[in-house]
Write a protein that binds this ligand. Structure first.
Ligand code: FMN
Length: 191
């Protein structure tokens, strides 16, 4: 069996997204900790707002590309801002499309048996913390196993060094701990 891989993306498409920055750092840390990570930018895979009429006309090209990528990974690490205390529409829409049955693949099949970890960044003081339990619940509904103790990064506009590392060492350590847990659990479950 090939080494398990972790798919890393952000729930924001914005150029200069703090969550993309956090996601890229998480991917780098996963690699440094002995795992394999793939960072993708959802801006490169624009999908229409989910509508069963659109789906009935055929799965959009970018959904098919994302399905292929997801099928090739055994875990997700998602960095997402909160919008009004909730997960972003981009994240919900992407996960909704990926949850659909297609061809011989039943709904949720692409998520079943996989692991997930969540992180959140915000320029505000709460660090996106209110949406983390909601994101965890959504991922669990999709039949992923979600690691506890997600990381939130408040005041994220000033949290990164020029090299893209976290300036606060304790927060960097917490990110490493979460990434290490994901790497370790995959090493045990995908031997
Ligand atoms: C519609 C909307 C709602 C927002 N609601 C919240 C919120 O509830 N809590 C928060 O901390 N920031 C909120 N923000 C600010 C975002 O955290 C901020 O724009 C952040 O930089 C977005 O993440 P990104 O940098 O990864 O794009 C909101 C932004 C938008 C556009």
């Amino acid at each position: 069996m090939t080494a398990p891989k972790i798919l890393v993306f952000a729930g924001s498409a914005r150029e200069g997204s703090l969550n993309k920055q956090l996601a890229k750092l998480a991917a780098k840390r996963i690699e440094a900790l002995g795992g394999q990570a793939t960072f993708i930018d959802l801006k490169a895979y624009p999908c229409p707002l989910f509508d069963e009429d659109i789906e009935a006309q055929g799965m959009p090209e970018n959904v098919l590309k994302l399905r292929e990528i997801l099928a090739d990974h055994q875990a997700l690490l998602i960095a997402s801002p909160e919008y009004n205390g909730f997960i972003t529409p981009l994240l919900k829409n992407t996960l909704d499309w990926l949850s659909r049955p297609y061809g011989d693949t039943p709904g949720l099949k692409l998520f079943a048996g996989k692991w997930a970890a969540l992180v959140a960044a915000s320029p505000g003081g709460l660090g996106g913390i209110r949406a983390l339990p909601l994101g965890q619940q959504l991922l669990a509904n999709l039949s992923l196993t979600v690691l506890p103790q997600p990381l939130s990064l408040p005041k994220a506009s000033s949290a990164f060094s020029e090299g893209g590392e976290l300036i606060n060492e304790a927060v960097g350590q917490r990110l490493d701990t979460l990434c290490q847990r994901l790497v370790d659990v995959l090493a045990v479950t995908h031997r």
